[in-house]
Design a protein around this ligand. Structure first.
Ligand SMILES: [Zn+2]
Length: 454
């Protein structure tokens, strides 16, 4: 790679004549693709796939969106298929003033490609594509045990419409045996004993989102100077207080036990002992776990009061109606019907009406079988001294829609992210380094080599 400094730019900035993958990513970022408007970006990437010799098939989608499959062999061969899943859409740029480079410029500078989607998830799509292109160059795809498909869908950031359309119209045709999608990532600063130790967290399960609206109407006298014993805001806030005070149970399932055990290997003394036997030392760990919101979120059901609304009234007028919105996230084994019943009984106010606003699908945990092990092996081959562990993802994505269809899904962006990059998710200054792009391609390529040629 040729690197040159351009006079007049800040000292730290150098512009590069970039690698092919960086150039492709830069161009892809320039095709702005907010959810619901992915067509131009989708057509752009589909054309690139065609140029690289892949067999491209557009899959049904709403008019301004785009879903497509780009495969080594035609889907009509109906071969068992390894799917590399990514989404074309991106979230809006937010406050443009806080970006170093214009968010849809795809600027290549400081050894990085900058812009919305650089990591989430256009960068991953480019890594996956370049690895499939490599597999194409090995030739002899007719004799390979699997087909490989780059599956690019719309709407992931909004309502998962793309993956819903794909499952409804094209699931059989795709014939997936495994899906590698987004979810976890590579991180350090997890182990206290070895803070520099890199961990690669493969998501094998997701929590389910359950969004609820609580509404309460109490007709009372309206003047704030003479408060009635019970009025809507008072009853609702007291009920919410009961709900938030109730401690949710901490659950160690097979995924979180494996997660802690792996970290435990890198710890010392008591911490090592406790992490290697989390169920045994649950009592001892509880307090520390409750103080760490990220870890805590993968161990319990959570309830967050995200919104409380009244009609706009002057301060001396008692609002007869109040609404509260709850964002609940449920562990895979939780029965949503029973969870709502528990909420009702904890609120303990018959007149509070509970409406389900949104519910993402429940799906089984993906077993850590052959494909998981091969993914782990590929990561370990590419990154020296890496530790791979399974995680339960606290947020939802397209993955559970496929898990529900019985397909194992493993979610990982196979690169080490810095703290600044983690903060850039759905925020300003999203960027990926040229080295990360190269390493990510290497992981996918190694995975395909091991699955197809060995
Ligand atoms: Zn994403």
């Amino acid at each position: 790679m040729y690197v040159c400094s351009i006079p007049g730019l800040p000292q730290s900035t150098s512009y590069q004549i970039a690698t092919e993958e960086a150039t492709l990513l830069s161009q892809y970022i320039q095709k702005k693709s907010l959810s619901g408007f992915e067509k131009e970006a989708g057509e752009f990437l589909a054309d690139i796939c065609r140029d690289k010799g892949l067999i491209v098939e557009r899959l049904p989608s709403p008019e301004n969106s785009y879903n497509f499959a780009a495969s080594l062999s035609p889907l009509s061969d109906n071969k068992p298929n390894i799917i590399f899943l990514n989404h074309i859409d991106v979230v809006p740029e937010g406050n443009t003033g806080s970006w170093l480079y214009e968010p849809f410029s795809g600027t290549i500078a400081d050894n990085s490609v900058w812009g919305r989607g650089a990591i989430d998830l256009k960068g991953v799509a480019i890594m996956q594509l370049m690895a499939i292109e490599k597999a194409k160059q090995w030739g002899g795809e007719e004799a390979l045990p699997y087909n490989v498909t780059l599956l690019c869908v719309s709407g992931e950031e909004m309502d998962n419409q793309g993956i819903k359309d794909v499952i409804e119209n094209s699931f059989e045709k795709l014939n997936p045996v495994v899906v590698f999608g987004e979810g976890g990532t590579g991180l350090s600063q997890i182990s206290r004993g070895h803070p520099e130790q890199p961990f690669y967290c493969i998501s094998v399960a997701e929590k389910k989102a359950l969004w609820l609206k609580l509404s309460l109407h109490i007709k009372t006298s309206g003047h704030g100077s003479v408060p009635p014993p019970l009025y809507a805001n008072k009853v609702m806030t007291q009920a919410l207080n009961r709900l938030l005070k109730k401690k949710q149970e901490i659950v160690f399932d097979a995924t979180t036990v494996a997660f802690f055990k792996t970290i435990g290997r890198y710890e010392k003394g008591t911490r090592k002992l406790v992490l290697k036997h989390p169920r045994l030392f649950k009592g001892l760990m509880k307090k520390a776990l409750r103080e760490d919101p990220i870890i805590f979120s993968i161990l319990t059901n959570t309830i967050t009061v995200t919104n409380i609304n009244n009609a706009q009234l002057p301060a001396n007028q008692i609002a007869p109606e109040i609404e509260a919105l709850l964002d609940c996230r449920l562990l895979p084994d939780t029965d949503p019907g029973k969870f709502v019943e528990d909420i009702r009984s904890t609120l303990d106010v018959e007149d509070i009406h509970v409406t389900v606003l949104k519910e993402t699908p429940s799906a089984p945990v993906s077993e850590r079988g052959l494909f998981y092990k091969q993914f782990q092996k590929a990561i370990e081959e590419v990154y020296d001294n890496s530790a791979v562990l399974p995680i339960l993802s606290p947020s939802y994505s397209d993955n559970n829609f496929l898990r529900r269809m019985g397909v194992p899904v493993y979610g990982l962006t196979p690169i080490q992210l810095t703290r600044a990059q983690l903060l850039s998710f759905h925020n300003s200054n999203e960027h990926i380094t040229l080295n990360q792009l190269r390493e990510g391609i290497k992981v996918y390529e190694t995975l395909l080599r091991n699955l197809l040629l060995k």
